[in-house]
Design a protein around this ligand. Structure first.
Ligand code: C2E
Ligand code: CA
Ligand code: CA
Length: 717
């Protein structure tokens, strides 16, 4: 009911304009049309009609054709010229009989109908009704179109001006629509996007299936919105851009989805910035406690995987509080910054360093070879910090105490290691500051003695505290001297002679052996020449070459120079290498052996039988001598197994044309066994221990077996 009334009201507001220059006509019309569903307006000239049309909404004009000044046709023409009045229907009313021309002219100016006087009022009313209806429909339609147009323009401007990328993707996975922001984000044009596959723009999550199995499609099919918070898109120029994606189905009929891409670059970089702020110490720029936890955790899982060791150093400044209190926090801060820099400069660039509390610093040393290395670093850190500082014109010194906890021995987790290092640090403080302490007490002793040993080795090299002794090698059948093996001795100023088994491994680890190696060759060659005994050029000098030495590319060159300098026959020099040295790297070994062979020196395998004793390398490498390890010799008379090993090696040597030397022969019984088994050469305390150069020179070229004791034990020598 209400709508009907409203409609009536609307209809009533429709205005019917009657234009006639004669008042009696107007009155007649008024009488005729007064009671209609419209509002009646009557004017008496074309000008007045136009004026009214401009001011009011008119639904229909009844226009008299003949009027003075401006006739009906002229009014109609002017109406058609104005967009506001262009479509208002006009019925011409004319008293004169119409010529065909006049009617045509009327229609040409836009009349929709003609009524000739006299007319049937019923017909007129009917025409008026239907034309007003028509006009109302037309204007409603026009209004709707306008609304639609403006809605469309509004939508388009929303899409055009949206800062987020918006795409409409069809059920086939192809882009149907993309807004300018989307194109800008992907650094291409809207036209390029249109018709391209959505998945082709996606870098992550990686979708390696086809569209119809993708989550995009499957969610769409189920009418669900699919969101990817951490996606990244591939731009036209190959870059990646982090985005958040949402993909919502459009109404079923559209068979498409709308994809929204939110550029997350700024958010993500802000995120990382915040994250880095959260893990750094603003004062020193080092990691803070939280950052350190993370770094240590990562280092632990790395070390856990690789089986490598790691040390956690906990450093606390000695006397910082005093300075902070007396010189003020400003100076305290400056000092902490400086200490941070000093600590950083004494670590490797990839070591982790953090300030975890007021004056507490921590460092992670990973890829640790020996615990002693951690002690060395701790010493260096303490030394770095404990210098004279001068800040704000005041000179002062501080110190540092360091606690060390090693992974895996002292703990496996971040917490347990931190606790252990912290406890060790307190131990260091208690012990009188300016020191480091390991969490495990036994590590302290080991580290200290090793560091001391290393230190004294360096001094020993500088002070020339080494000598060579020469142990004779003798042919078992004839008793004739084959030559000597040069053995290194350290004449310690306090401890006396130190055996190589104590220090050679350390020389190897620290690579100090390289500094000593050339000295051994030269000293050996010089003293060997000095032995000047006929027939000297048949004697052999055996020199031990450690794995590190053997791996050095300049070994052959060094040896060549020594041979030259001392005019030695290369065949008189024998290089003793262990199996492990040969097994380091087969390629290098092969090349090194080839070079040694070219040089003309002999090659012996030391401690044969203890290592891999691989028959393969006996085949691959050209060798001269096998030295049976002295453990086999020591046990062979009691152990049939060892005896079997020894006799096998002897046979092997004979068959391959190699010399075989039995090492460590201490008793006549062993010698007799070897003679019986046709071992060609022996070396051992039975004949002589390593002799000083002078004694070696005096050693007989021909041995009388009967003059020897029945046995000679190590402590006899
Ligand atoms: P090696 O090459 O197997 O040296 C033989 C070792 O056996 C020597 O010990 C020698 O003194 C000892 N020995 C000799 N005869 C007997 C015996 O009848 N009974 C017992 N129980 N031992 C005997 P040393 O001199 O202590 O040398 C130990 C190792 O140190 C050597 O083993 C060698 O690998 C290394 N070495 C010695 N001198 C040098 C050197 O100048 N350079 C390098 N790179 N290594 C060396
Ligand atoms: Ca040897
Ligand atoms: Ca040996």
């Amino acid at each position: 009911m209400a709508t009907l009334q409203k409609k009536r009201q609307v209809e009533r507001t429709q205005t019917l304009l009657v234009v006639d220059d004669r008042s009696e006509n107007l009155e007649a019309m008024q009488a005729l049309l007064e009671d209609g569903d419209w509002q009646l307006r009557c004017v008496s000239s074309g000008e007045a009609a136009l004026q009214c049309l401009l001011n009011e909404e008119v639904g229909l004009v009844l226009l008299d054709v003949q009027m003075p000044h401006m006739d009906g046709f002229e009014v109609a023409r002017l109406m058609r010229g104005n967009p506001r009045t262009r479509f208002i229907p006009i019925i011409f009313i004319s008293a004169i009989a119409q010529t065909e021309d006049a009617v045509l002219q009327g229609y040409a100016t836009g009349a929709v109908d003609f009524m000739l006087k006299p007319f049937d009022p019923k017909v007129l009313r009917h025409k008026i009704h239907s034309l007003l209806d028509h006009e109302r429909n037309r204007s409603e339609l026009q209004q709707l179109t306008q609304q639609l147009d403006s809605a469309r323009a509004f939508n388009a401007s929303v899409l055009d001006n949206a800062a987020e990328g918006i795409m409409v993707v069809g059920e086939d996975g192809l882009v149907r629509f993309a807004n300018p922001a989307m194109a800008q984000m992907l650094r291409c044009s809207v036209a390029e996007l249109q018709g391209s596959a959505l998945l082709s723009h996606l870098r992550s999550p990686e979708v390696d299936c086809e569209w119809h199995s993708s989550k995009f499609y499957r969610n769409w099919q189920q009418g669900k919105t699919y969101r990817v918070h951490e996606a990244s898109l591939r731009t036209g120029d190959g870059d990646s851009i982090p985005v958040a994606l949402s993909c919502s189905p459009l109404p079923k009929l559209q068979r498409a989805m709308v994809v929204l891409a939110l550029d997350m670059s700024v958010v993500r970089s802000l995120h990382t910035q915040l994250e880095s702020l959260a893990v750094t110490d603003p004062l020193t720029g080092l990691l803070n406690r939280r950052g350190f936890h993370k770094a240590l955790e990562a280092a632990l899982s790395r070390s856990g995987r690789s089986g490598q060791r790691l040390a956690l150093l906990y450093l606390d400044l000695d006397g910082f509080k005093r300075i902070n209190d007396s010189l003020g926090h400003g100076v305290g801060d400056q000092l902490l910054r400086r200490v941070g820099e000093q600590l950083k400069s004494s670590l490797r660039p990839y070591d982790t360093l953090a300030r975890v509390g007021g004056d507490e610093f921590t460092a992670v040393i990973d890829g640790l070879g020996h615990t002693e290395d951690a002690a060395r670093v701790a010493e260096k850190l303490i030394e770095q910090v404990s210098v004279r500082h001068s800040l704000n014109g005041v000179d002062f010194t501080i110190g540092a105490s360091v606690g060390i906890a090693c992974f895996p021995e002292c703990g496996q987790s971040v917490e347990s290691l931190l606790r252990a290092a912290d406890m060790a640090m307190y131990e260091a403080k208690r012990a009188g500051r300016q020191q480091y302490r390991f969490f495990l007490p036994e590590m302290n002793g080991r580290a200290r003695s090793r560091l001391m040993l290393e230190e004294s080795l360096r001094t020993a090299i500088d002070q020339d505290d080494f000598v060579l002794v020469y142990q004779p090698q003798v042919y078992l059948d004839s008793g004739r001297l084959r030559g000597f093996e040069a053995l290194l001795r350290w004449q310690h100023r306090v401890a006396g002679t130190v055996a190589p088994s104590v220090f050679i491994p350390l020389l190897e680890e620290t690579r100090l052996i390289n500094r000593l190696g050339d000295w051994i060759f030269r000293q050996g060659a010089r003293q060997f020449c000095g032995m000047g005994r006929p027939p000297a050029d048949e004697l052999v000098l055996s020199i031990n070459v450690s794995p590190v030495q053997f791996s050095m590319p300049q070994l052959v060159e060094d040896l060549g120079r020594v041979l030259d300098d001392y005019q030695l026959n290369p065949a008189q020099l024998e290089v003793e290498v262990t199996e492990s040295a040969l097994m380091q790297s087969l390629e290098n070994t092969q090349e090194q052996l080839r070079q040694l062979r070219l040089l003309g020196v002999k090659i012996a395998i030391d401690d044969f039988g203890t290592g891999y004793s691989s028959l393969a390398y006996l085949r691959h490498f050209e060798l001269d001598t096998l030295k049976i390890d002295r453990l086999f010799i020591a046990n062979m008379l009691d152990s049939p197994r060892d005896a079997a090993v020894v006799s096998t090696i002897i046979d092997l040597g004979r068959n391959l044309g190699l010399e075989v030397i039995a090492e460590g022969v201490e008793t006549a019984a062993q010698r007799e066994w070897l003679v019986e088994h046709q071992c060609p050469i022996m070396q051992g305390f039975l004949v002589a221990p390593g002799l000083a150069a002078d004694d070696a020179q005096a050693f007989p070229a021909q041995l009388d077996w009967n003059a020897l004791p029945r046995s000679a034990r190590p402590n006899d020598s």
